[in-house]
Design a protein. Sequence first.
Length: 425
Amino acid sequence: MSDATLRELERAAREGGDAAAWTRLALARARAGLDAGRAALQALLRDPAAPVRELLVAGVTPAPRALGRELPAISHTSGPLRAPIDAGLDLGGGRVALVAGDELLGVDLIDAAVVWRQRRPEVAMQTAPVRVGGQLAELSGAGALLLGWFDGRTGGDAHTLPLPDEVQPAQPEEAEYARTGLVALDATRCASVVEGPGDGWWACFHDLERGALLRTVRLASTTPPWPIEAGGALVTDADGALAAWEPDGTPRWSVRVGQEGLPLAGSRAHVVARVHADGAWAVALLGADDGRRRATLPRDWLAAMLAGDLVVGSTARPDEARALVEAWTQGGALRWARELPWPRGHGLDLHAAGDVLVVVRSERALAPHALETTALDLASGETLWTRAAPDDESLVLPAAGLLLAVGPTEGWFRRATPLRRLGPA
C-alpha cells in the first residue's frame, strides 16, 4: 500500500465523512501495518456494524452506538487556563470546543491533544459559541452587536459581520447589555435573535459562507421568543402563536397553539412546545414542515429533547428535591418515567448518546460545577449507572462516544473515558 494511496483514502474519509470511507481507510492502514484505531473508531461512530471492531485498542469493548477509548490526561502547554472550564461543544469527529474564560480550546479526544486556541470576543453574548456546519459562531457586544465566526477544525479564518442598524442599541455602551440569541439552521446559515431598540424583537438571517446578511425580520413578540431550530427552520414564540422561518428568512408557517406557546426543542421532523390553554400547561408535538399538531402530552415540562422515536422531557419538583425525567412516544403514549435528585438551584441537562440517555446534574447557583451523572437506558428508563463528580470537576460532556470529565483547572483536563452501558471506565 503506497503512501499516496493512504493519503488519498484519508482525504476521502475526512471530506466524505461516511462510514464506508473510514472503513476503507482503517482496513488499508491495518494492511500496511499502521495504527488503524482512530479510523476504525470513526467508522464505528457512523455505523456500529462496520467490520473494523477488531482494529480497536485491545481491552476496549465498546457498547452499541456508544463507542470510545480511554485517554490519558490531556496536557495543554500553551499557558495556564485563565478560568475554569464552564461550557463545551461537541464538534463531531472526536473533537470538542471548550470555553475557558476569555478563550476557546479545540481538543481532539482521540489524539488526546489541544489542537487550537482562539481568543473569545471581549464581550461574548452567549455562554458558548454555536456550531454552524464546520464553523463556530457567536455574537459580541463591545460597542456594537457583531456576528463573528471561524473554522472549528483549525481555529483559524476568523470573520465578523455587524448586525443591521435597526437592531443595534441606541447607544454604543448599551450593546453589551442587549438580550440576544443565536441559532444554527443548516451547514452555512444561522439566525441571530435580538431585542431591538424600543419594544420588540428581531431575527437576522446570515449566510456564513458568503459572509452576508440575508434578511431582517421583525418578530411578533414583545417577550423573549425562545428561538430554536427544527427542520432547518427558525422557530420562535410569537405572542401566543408559534412561527417558523426558512434559513433565508422567508416565512414557513405560523400557528396558534393556545394562549401561550414556548418552543422547547426541535428535530428534523418535529417541534416540541410548551403550550398554555384552558388554564393548564401541556406539551405539544408539532410537525416541523407545517406546524400541525401531531400529539399532545398532558405534562408541564421545563426542558425537552427528541431522541430517536421518543420525546424526552423533565420537570422539577423543588418541594421534594426531586426531578421527573420521562419519555413518551411520538404518538402520545408514556413509555417510562424516573425520579432523580434535584435540590433547588441545581441544573439538569439531558444528552442522548446512542441508546443511552445521559443526565448531568450540576450546581448553578454559586460556583458552577458538575455534581452527578446518571445513565438511563433510553428504551426502558432503567438506571444503568450513576457517577458522582469530584468537587473540582467543572464540566461533564458526552462527546464522540466518550464521557469527557474536565478538571481541575490548573492547566490540564482530567480524562475522557468510554461511555458504556455498564458505566464509564
